[in-house]
Design a binder for this molecule. Structure first.
Ligand code: AMP
Ligand code: MG
Length: 350
């Protein structure tokens, strides 16, 4: 199989299929048949398959609500993707080292949230990682492993303390030329939250917004039960490692199987340790559940970088947030709030 075809399969189709599988057994009965009250549509956005499921007795209301939620996600992608030129994120990066750039209150708010998590995680989560992620360029089929020298040079332009926000003026500045913003670790979660908001505004009280496995479930299924969500086994694409009932919660997983290349037996993936500039080595996957998809998205990436021990310690300190870490040896650890609720499958044991 040609490499580009393999890449499309591994990055787009398999995650899409898995996104469907994730919602087992719920989705086995899902269709657009109004009699069961569940309506579902998918679109390719944010570099992944986004699936919106809503519960409604009114097909027209459901359809209109889903369309407005997709539209909202498209808006967010247009403004926040580091891959698109001319948008706000690109403009801030292009003017790095040249002083303040005016941005929307929305982008400023998101960057502020990211900044708070950078401080909380001592820089494990850092949206100024862009010079390094550009080098790795996991979104391109021609990606390659950079040299140590390239990584070192790019890393000198990474550091969240070199971002300056002025909320009164609505500006952001990056200290040094060559710096840049990469919101890839947070934008999907933010978009999921905003899509849920749109659905709620349209009168939808139950459903799931799932951006390639970054999801938030709200309300109940038509039979009054909670949404049952599976978590992918990081080494077996078609298996789940555990499952959980979600009530008005987001669940986001960061994994070393999402975007990666293998070279001489070593897996190089897309979650970078800002201390080294190389892929973080402590985990295979980290799943985080929190009321907001934004927090779950940021934390899943951050905990992955922190590694199983420090990651779990942080998880235990955060009220209302739970999760599971699969370390680099495949060992599973589960936060105390999840111990009774998470069902581990196939012999996976904490
Ligand atoms: P996720 O799939 O949510 O874990 O996010 C991974 C994406 O976040 C990568 O594709 C990069 O765009 C970005 N990223 C990688 N490493 C970091 C990091 N240490 N801090 C913040 N964002 C990162
Ligand atoms: Mg993330």
């Amino acid at each position: 199989m040609r490499r580009s075809v393999r890449l499309i399969l591994s990055r787009l189709l398999y995650p899409a299929l898995f996104a469907l599988f994730l919602l087992f057994p719920t989705l086995s009965c899902l269709n657009r048949n109004p009699s069961n009250g569940i309506h579902r549509r998918t679109q390719f956005l944010l570099g992944t398959v986004v699936e919106i499921t809503v519960v409604s007795r009114e097909p027209v209301i459901a359809d209109t609500a889903i369309s407005s939620a997709f539209e909202r996600i498209r808006e967010i992608e247009a403004e926040m993707s580091a891959r698109l030129s001319g948008n706000q994120v690109d403009t801030v990066s292009k003017h790095a080292g040249e002083g303040p750039v005016r941005v929307s209150g929305e982008l400023l708010g998101l960057i502020k949230a990211c900044h708070r998590y950078s401080a909380l995680t001592h820089g494990a989560f850092d949206i100024t990682i862009a010079p390094v992620t550009r080098l790795w360029d996991f979104d391109s089929p021609t990606n390659r492993i950079p040299s140590s020298e390239e990584v070192r040079t790019a890393l000198s332009l990474v550091g969240f303390e070199m971002i300056h926000l002025n909320c009164d003026e609505g500006t952001i500045s990056l200290d040094r030329p060559g710096m840049g913003l990469d919101l890839g670790g947070a934008a999907k979660g933010y978009a999921v939250d905003e899509a849920v908001k749109k659905l709620n505004e349209s009168g939808i009280t139950a459903g799931i917004v799932n951006a390639g496995g970054d999801l938030r479930a709200f309300g109940m299924k038509p039979d009054g039960s909670s949404w049952h969500i599976g978590i992918q086994d990081p080494r077996h694409r078609d298996r789940i490692i555990g499952s959980i009932l979600l009530d008005n919660m987001a669940l986001v997983t960061s994994g070393d199987y999402e975007r990666y290349i293998v070279h001489e037996g070593v897996r190089y993936h897309h979650i970078i340790d800002p201390k080294t500039g190389w892929p973080a080595r402590g985990c295979m996957s980290v799943s985080v559940a929190s009321p907001w998809a934004l927090d779950a998205d940021i934390l899943s990436t951050a905990l992955f970088v922190l590694g199983p021990k420090e990651g779990m310690e942080l998880l235990e300190r955060l009220p209302g947030i739970d999760g599971m870490i699969v370390d680099a040896h495949g060992r599973v650890s589960v936060s105390s709030g999840w111990k009774k609720r998470l069902r581990l499958h196939d012999g996976a044991s904490p």
